[in-house]
Design a protein around this ligand. Structure first.
Ligand code: URA
Length: 278
């Protein structure tokens, strides 16, 4: 690190500046210019043309901080196949969480602090599924713990629900660095796990929070502003049909408070369905 201020207040101000600017995750101590690095050789050429790295070589003695287990570096379709195979074996939510905690196929696991598997009551009649954990969820290890979660709790309260009555999860259980949107590959790799989680929790109603959850769980092509508030059917692999309602993500509602009236309508629809009036 260069030119770091030496007094505490200045260091704190520098840290605050980075957090304000959205830099809330350190991947490495030093920056790397990846464009200046030589292109990696193809695996086969490497195996035949390169001598085995010597133990004495400084390059080989420094472990790469970005090195990922083999599974996370494999082709996404192959990893998704492994995920399906492993998720299928879970006979309970506890087993599924343990399997997911030991699954190395998603690179997000290696930048996240914690797995944010679920919160709330798995026996609840409603399961809510969001996109991916943010910084608070990553720190605590549970979904919807930050500002979005607080708004979600207030919305649930308007229809007489709280987290002792609903079960909460995400389509991706590890935080993407810097809160970026999970890539389609990351979602595809994690999908067998959320599918099995829904199957094992077996809720009466699935509430999809935001476009990515609605599109990936319900196979919808349209954006959330078109699909929200309408009832769809989610089919589990074992053939159960679950009523599903897409609604706006609470993070979106925090940014667009005027849209809260739409979210409110959807929650009223959820209440009516729970009361057998819809
Ligand atoms: N946004 C999500 O989609 N999930 C969380 O757990 C938190 C914020």
């Amino acid at each position: 690190m260069q030119d770091l201020p030496s007094d505490r207040d200045a260091l704190q101000a520098l840290l605050d500046f980075h957090v304000e600017a959205g830099v809330d995750l350190a991947l490495d101590e030093t920056p790397h210019n990846r464009f200046a690095e030589p292109k990696p050789e193809r695996t086969q050429a490497k195996a035949t043309a390169q001598p085995a790295p010597s133990k004495a070589s400084p390059a080989s003695s420094a472990p790469s901080p970005r090195a990922l287990p083999k599974a996370a570096a494999s082709a996404p379709e192959e990893v998704a196949g492994m995920a399906r195979e492993q998720a299928r074996h879970a006979q309970s939510l506890e087993e599924l969480e343990a399997i997911l905690a030991g699954f190395d196929g998603c690179a997000l696991k290696f930048s996240a602090k914690n797995l944010a598997f679920a919160d709330g009551n798995p026996e609840g009649r409603v399961m809510l599924v969001g996109e991916a954990p943010g910084a608070d969820e990553d720190r605590i290890g549970k979904p919807f713990m930050g500002r979005s979660g607080q708004l979600l709790d207030r919305m649930l309260a308007t229809i007489g629900l709280d987290r002792t009555q609903v079960y909460v999860a995400n389509i991706v259980p590890w935080r993407p660095p810097g809160n970026r949107t999970p890539t389609p590959q990351e979602i595809a790799i994690c999908k067998p796990f959320i599918a099995r989680q829904i199957e094992l929790a077996s809720p009466e109603i699935l509430l999809c929070l935001g476009g990515p959850a609605a599109q990936n769980l319900l196979g919808l092509k349209d954006g959330i502003l078109r699909t929200r508030g309408r009832w769809y059917t989610y089919k589990t692999e074992d053939g159960r049909e679950i009523r599903a309602l897409p609604t706006l993500h609470p993070a979106y509602l925090l940014r667009q408070p005027l849209q809260k009236r739409l979210g409110w309508r959807d929650f009223q629809a959820l209440r009516r369905a729970l009361d057998g009036r819809d």
